[in-house]
Write a protein that binds this ligand. Structure first.
Ligand code: PNS
Length: 169
């Protein structure tokens, strides 16, 4: 039984994350989406409970997937959970350097924790939570980029979109 953990800020969940969740759930027996409690980013839009709610609503029909929050070191959270596999999404080479550092550091802190990578689908390779929040704050429609629970939650923060949807994607 391989229990994998997909950690992240998920502020908020977008289609790139969802792609990684779906594909990881096909590989592993159990997948815990682990939401970092204290994000500490300047542009944070959602508190922990809100981020959990969005993800739980989105993965409700995925039997293998559960959603939790964590604080402190991922390496320690992995030990407490008894999980050995970390899943990360890779969008581009530019993600790799940062992820490689984290993978080595996590392995140093918890030698049982093995980091694995899922290459984000090309169609979502330009997506990030930061960009989603930025365009939503300017009134852009994000319904092609994020699941419905994110669309509703973001609208609750910044209001409904004020410009028409984009053309591709
Ligand atoms: O979605 P993000 O912001 O890229 O996710 C980053 C995350 C949550 C995976 C990373 O910041 C993390 O694991 N934080 C927990 C603290 C920790 O273990 N830091 C050392 C990592 S080597």
């Amino acid at each position: 039984m391989i229990h994998a953990v997909y950690p992240g800020s998920f502020d908020p969940l977008h289609n790139g994350h969802l792609d990684v969740i779906r594909r990881s759930a096909r590989i592993y027996d159990r997948l815990t989406v682990a939401v970092l409690g204290n994000v500490g980013k300047r542009d944070q839009m959602f508190d922990t409970a809100e981020r959990l709610d969005i993800i739980r609503a989105t993965v409700a029909d995925m039997a293998k997937v559960d959603v939790q929050s964590f604080d402190g070191l991922l390496a320690d959270y992995m030990s407490n959970l008894g999980a050995d596999v970390i899943v990360k999404g890779l969008r581009a080479i530019s993600d790799f350097e940062y992820e490689l550092q984290m993978a080595h550091m996590n392995r140093q802190l918890n030698p049982r924790a093995e980091t694995t990578f899922v290459m984000t689908a090309t169609r979502w390779s330009y997506l990030s939570s930061t960009r989603v929040k930025e365009i939503a704050r300017y009134g852009a429609d994000i319904s092609r980029l994020t699941p419905p629970a994110t669309v509703a939650a973001v609208a609750g923060k910044v209001g409904p979109p004020t410009r028409p949807p984009g053309g591709v994607g």
